[in-house]
Design a protein around this ligand. Structure first.
Ligand code: NDP
Ligand code: 2IT
Length: 445
């Protein structure tokens, strides 16, 4: 088996040189599904896995725009249309200077499995740009988004490919991109999700990734007869996912003690209260400032240039970016008594860190299971747009909770061995089977 996996990976690495994050994401899936494929020759004969690692289409384009000084800037835009076996391509757009082909391919690849486990009819894709929104004026962000959409619009559509937000892309950016799409295509459709509430957005979509991740954690804890009540939680990031993770943890009686940004983390042993969270939301979503200000305002510790994984906790919610938890962090978390890790971010744990969690029998949920609530609620936004109706907050929240429960159940179905559940295998296999069967049904495409 190890040789089969190694041979498969050698080819992937040879064909996709330098795309280290993509290799990492593929390796994780291949390790889970190769034994299953061996037992089911129909997948092997049809070369399903070989087809899955090859995007259906990659679009790469120039994004020229002018800054406020009138100087010309040139960034690069991408859309990876990875797999449409289950529905239109669906997945976020990331604006961050680190964005490159390999990172977006890893994200698009993970998205295929994630969208599959939601049970909703969505294929997988991802897009973005190396544009850095940090420090840019609203007008600069708007001009960039308009230029980006001027090219992207010809590749997407409500039944073709439906982008949404991710790092650096929130309500503001979705608004500018939607406006430009509408202007160029002369159509008002559900081509993007994460829209504003009075122009086609869904209630609970902003909250969905964070809330969903906490609902998933609740389900994991239930298997041990535990709950979130009284648990001390560390959260990284301070953007969309982190904010609503903290909000839901608070509602369920847990205490979040950290938040971070790319400069450092704050440690507030008293816990982030509703009022403090409101301050964070204003700081991050309106003033677009640094998390350090929290420490000054609430007189707590700020640690520059480090991640919060050195803080003692019961549960950890990595919600910033890929590869933020190294094996040393994982060991530290376990040593400090952490019993649960639920990933809000995509692939935040390095492979060696995942190994540490699995060896320690931690309740460890990979992002493609625990953060799937965001895209699931995007799926609900698409349904509402098609119906031209809006569901209530309670309706969407309950549907989200039910989907997270179902994802947890399918992780148990495919990943439970004895009294330990390997949620990585569970999510990968559950995701794989649906996509693979659909590909078989649809012939050689
Ligand atoms: P935001 O842009 O709202 O927030 C990102 C946060 O993470 C910011 O605090 C940011 O700090 C920090 N961060 C980003 N990159 C780095 C880095 N390289 N090093 C240190 N800190 C970093 O993004 P989201 O909250 O939407 O996304 C967070 C994670 O969740 C990502 O992995 C994303 O892919 C994933 N995700 C998002 C979903 C969504 O619906 N939005 C759905 C599912 C997963 P700073 O501001 O300093 O850059
Ligand atoms: O990684 C993700 O699942 C997202 N960024 C959300 C994708 C979506 O289409 O809502």
């Amino acid at each position: 088996m190890q040789k089969k996996i190694k041979d498969f990976m050698s080819k992937v690495i040879e064909k996709n040189p330098g795309e280290t994050e993509f290799h990492q994401a593929v390796q994780e899936v291949v390790e889970s599904v190769m034994p299953f494929i061996e037992k089911n020759p129909k997948y092997q004969n049809a070369k399903i896995l070989e087809r899955m690692v090859e995007p259906e289409r990659v679009v790469m384009f120039r994004v020229p725009w002018q800054n406020d000084k009138g100087e010309i800037q040139v960034d690069r835009g991408f859309r990876i249309e990875m797999n449409s076996a289950l529905g239109p391509y669906k997945g976020g757009i990331r604006f961050h200077p680190s964005v490159n082909l390999g990172i977006l391919k890893f994200l698009a690849f993970e998205q295929v499995f994630k969208n599959s486990v939601t049970t909703l009819p969505m294929g997988g894709g991802k897009g973005g740009s190396d544009f850095d929104p940090k420090g840019k004026s609203d007008n600069e962000v708007m001009r960039f988004c308009q230029s980006f959409m001027t090219e992207l619009q010809r590749h997407i559509g409500p039944d073709t490919d439906v982008p949404a937000g991710d790092i650096g892309v929130g309500g503001r950016e979705i608004g500018y991109m939607f406006g430009q799409y509408k202007r160029l295509r002369n159509e008002f459709t559900g081509v993007l999700t994460g829209k504003g509430l009075n122009w086609g957005g869904s209630l609970i979509r902003p909250e969905a990734t964070g809330y969903g991740c906490v609902y998933f954690a609740q389900e994991m804890l239930k298997t041990k007869g535990e709950s979130l009540k009284g648990k001390v939680c560390t959260v990284s990031g301070s953007g969309n996912v982190a904010q609503y993770t903290v909000e839901k943890l608070l509602q369920l009686g847990a205490k979040s003690v950290t938040l971070s940004d790319s400069n450092g983390y704050i440690y507030d042993p008293d816990g982030i209260s509703k009022q403090k969270l409101e301050f964070v939301m204003e700081l991050k979503n309106v003033r677009r400032g640094r998390i350090k200000e929290y420490a000054a305002k609430y007189n707590c510790k700020y640690v520059e240039g480090r991640w919060p994984w050195e803080v003692k906790c019961d549960c950890a919610f990595p919600s910033a970016t890929q590869n933020e938890i190294h094996d040393t962090d994982a060991k530290r978390l376990i040593k400090n008594g952490c019993i649960l890790v639920a990933e809000g971010a995509n692939m935040p744990s390095m492979p060696k860190a995942v190994e540490v969690f699995l060896d320690a029998k931690t309740l460890y949920a990979p992002g493609k299971a625990s953060n799937a609530g965001g895209v699931a609620t995007s799926g609900f936004e698409m349904s509402q747009n098609s119906q031209r109706l809006s569901w209530t907050r309670e309706e969407v929240d309950e549907k989200l909770r039910q989907i997270m429960i179902k994802i947890h159940e399918s992780c148990l179905k495919y990943g439970k061995k004895g009294n330990f559940t390997n949620y990585v295998d569970g999510a990968n296999l559950a995701g794989f089977v649906k996509v693979a069967d659909a590909m078989l049904d649809q012939g050689l495409v």
